[in-house]
Design a protein around this ligand. Sequence first.
Ligand code: NAG
Ligand code: NAG
Length: 141
Amino acid sequence: MFTLLTILSIVNAIPYQFYKRATTFTPCDTDSPNDITVTITPDPLIAGEKGTFNIVGTITNGTVNTGSQLVIELKDDADAVIGDPSTFDICASATCPITDLNLTQVIQLPDTLPNTFIIDVNIFDVNGDTLACATSAVPGA
Ligand SMILES: *[C@@H]1O[C@H](CO)[C@@H](O)[C@H](O)[C@H]1NC(C)=O
Ligand SMILES: *[C@@H]1O[C@H](CO)[C@@H](O)[C@H](O)[C@H]1NC(C)=O
């Protein structure tokens, strides 16, 4: 009996590490001419609270210039946007053009979030063309 309890407690301790994995972003299926790395805090995001997004990448195909935007949106399983997309003017707080991006933006999360949803992070140039796009399914598959 003692042995069994010991094994059970070890088994219980391991999954916690596995489930507490980071939300991972991959390039969008549609198009992402440049690779970006997106990290979020907290991870996972918490409904009704603020979420901080850090976006790092080198933009060599196309130009981050005045009018370029960062758009963060959450989508449900039916691809419908949850709440409003969060749009930021990248050059408002930086000297453009920028090649080495390192953006930190805070968004307010909706009060309720479905069990599964999609986070899309887009960088658009002044013409609305995609410079970079990263996506994550939450909980990640
Ligand atoms: C830039 O991105 C576009 C769209 O993804 C692609 O068609 C083109 O080949 C890329 N150019 C270079 C130089 O990588
Ligand atoms: C991005 O900027 C933050 C704050 O200045 C810094 O701590 C971090 O190291 C930078 N990341 C990269 C990849 O340069």
